[in-house]
Design a protein around this ligand. Structure first.
Ligand SMILES: [Fe+2]
Ligand SMILES: [Fe+2]
Length: 194
């Protein structure tokens, strides 16, 4: 995009052209920019979630409605905010990670949720398969490879109660606006790294 007013974009920039030439001053500039950018991650995630609107893929509801309904069911069942946000975002990777969508969502939420909530998100594809893999010539018990995990039951419960049940066009699904403040609160600060 052309700069109509160069003064608007006159912020400080690092001077190096390769990192081998970087200085503490350069990195003070970059880390300042990073902190501001990190503060708006929730907005970028919400923008990306909206891309699922109108994308039905043959399902009775579009992918945004499915996401909202999964989160609504979890919220009404008394789940905490990080869990509900995980439920809301669990399929956000459908657009970019079409062959491995749980990995995308799991990576996005990892700094902001518990180990178990991250595990549920990362593995929900295999567990959701219990409800349909056999219709596609696959093994519905694929999830059994994870039976020894301490998170097995929690992931099975997520799919049974919320994910597999969230395709009802007549359900009273809460709108994205309801969840936006929750997403901003949960993503305001990482609770763990790595
Ligand atoms: Fe999924
Ligand atoms: Fe889902």
């Amino acid at each position: 995009m052309a700069d109509a007013d160069p003064q608007l974009h006159a912020e400080a920039r690092a001077k190096f052209t390769a990192m081998t030439e970087g200085t503490a001053e350069d990195w003070a500039i970059i880390s300042g920019e990073y902190m501001a950018f990190a503060g708006t991650v929730a907005d970028r995630v919400l923008d990306h979630l909206r891309l699922l609107e109108g994308d039905f893929g043959g399902f009775p509801v579009d992918r945004l409605t499915h996401s909202l309904q999964t989160a609504t069911r979890a919220h009404r069942d008394g789940r905490g905010e990080p869990y509900v946000v995980m439920a809301l975002l669990h399929d956000i990777g459908d657009t970019l990670g079409t062959y491995n969508h749980p990995d995308v969502a799991a990576a996005i939420i990892k700094p902001f949720v518990s180990e178990q909530e991250h595990w549920i998100c990362e593995h929900h594809g295999a567990f959701q398969g219990y409800y349909y893999f056999h219709f596609l010539g696959m093994d519905r018990d694929t999830r059994e490879q994870f039976r020894a995990s301490p998170h097995f039951d929690a992931c099975a419960e997520f799919c049974a109660k919320y994910d597999q049940a969230a395709f009802d066009p007549d359900y009273d699904t809460l709108p994205l606006e309801f969840f936006e403040p929750m997403v901003r609160r949960v993503m305001a600060k990482p609770v763990r790294r790595g």
